[in-house]
Ligand binder design. Structure first.
Ligand code: FAD
Ligand code: FES
Length: 285
């Protein structure tokens, strides 16, 4: 069950640029969170800004009753969080949302991350290691080297790390899907894909999975006002199994993790309606 309570900041680490690691004390999230889940959080106890913001859980420490976020400070809410000092408090609701489905035994997990989308994969990688759940390969992409500040804290112990930058300043040069595709071409065993990052990247991963008949999950990143299914600010278009048309679904409660083959990606509305034998009529809740 998610818990709504005041969470003190216990540790803050600046990683350079706009990136920070923030560790909060929140026993329920530390104890119950699964990889892919998130918290709704805002700095302080005042009414401004009114809404909390969603952040994926990077890691948990049940013994210390803490969880850690990887935050890129880009606006009012995230900057206020990153400006907190240890001892300051935040308002936090979590853990929330549907987590990733772990890969079946013997299936390699291919984790595809863009920018701060790497956050849930640190947690998923740790979980796979802890449970002996098989090997993982993390493709970690960004525009430039400065966009990969978590690089030194990922991979190792049975997990392969593939850094990729668009400008070639670190790792392979190009889009993160290029080495992913090369790996898929060469992979001998079964794989399962997981993606979190910019929409265009997740759409590209969804296309690769569809073309090869592979299972893939994506963690969508819409605006979220409440995190509990009441404001409808986070709706995304998803077509359930055996449903003739897509419906709007709350990413906060039914996601943020969805089967990539069920998501209606921009520009794919017509083909989806044709496959279902109908017109491109809008879905209804
Ligand atoms: C499930 C989920 C998990 C997330 N996990 C992380 C995480 O681990 N680390 C992290 O740094 N961020 C994460 N985010 C994004 C984070 O919630 C936003 O950056 C945050 O809401 C911005 O709030 P703000 O008040 O700082 O910025 P605002 O003032 O609200 O916005 C500043 C600028 O950022 C843009 N923006 C804000 N939110 C988004 C968004 N969701 N997608 C695209 N553009 C946006 C706005 O258009 C605006 O230009 C996650 C979002 C979701 C939905
Ligand atoms: S964020 Fe309010 S319904 Fe999902």
């Amino acid at each position: 069950m998610p818990a709504n309570c005041v969470a003190p900041l216990v540790d803050r680490e600046a990683l350079g640029g706009a990136y920070f690691l923030l560790t909060f004390r929140h026993p329920e999230t530390a104890r119950e969170a699964r990889p892919g889940q998130f918290v709704m959080i805002k700095a302080g106890v005042s009414a401004e800004p009114p809404l909390r913001r969603p952040f994926s859980i990077l890691s948990v420490d049940a013994a210390r009753e803490t969880f850690t976020l990887f935050v890129k400070a880009i606006g009012q809410g995230s900057r206020a969080l990153c400006a907190m000092a240890p001892g300051d408090v935040a308002q936090c609701l979590g853990p929330l949302g549907r987590p990733f489905t772990p890969p079946p035994a013997g299936v390699e997990a291919l984790l595809v991350a863009g920018g701060y989308g790497v956050a849930p994969f640190r947690f998923l990688g740790e979980e796979l290691r802890r449970t002996g759940g098989g090997t993982a390969r993390l493709f970690y992409g960004g525009r430039t080297a400065a966009d990969l500040p978590l690089l030194g804290r990922l991979g190792g112990r049975g997990q392969t790390l593939v850094p990729v930058t668009e400008d070639g300043s670190l790792g392979e040069r190009g889009l993160v899907t290029v080495p992913l595709e090369a790996h898929l071409d060469a992979a001998a065993g079964p794989v399962r894909l997981y993606a979190c990052g910019p929409d265009a990247m997740m759409h590209a991963v969804a296309r690769l999975a569809a073309a090869r008949g592979l299972a893939a999950e994506v963690s969508l990143d819409p605006w979220m006002g409440c995190g509990i299914g009441t404001c409808l600010g986070c709706v995304v278009r998803v077509q359930g199994e055996d449903e003739p048309r897509w419906k709007y679904r709350c990413a906060c409660t039914e996601g943020p993790v969805f089967d990539s083959a069920r998501v209606v990606w921009p520009g794919e509305e017509d083909s989806r309606a044709r496959r279902a034998g109908g017109g491109a009529e809008e879905g209804r809740r």
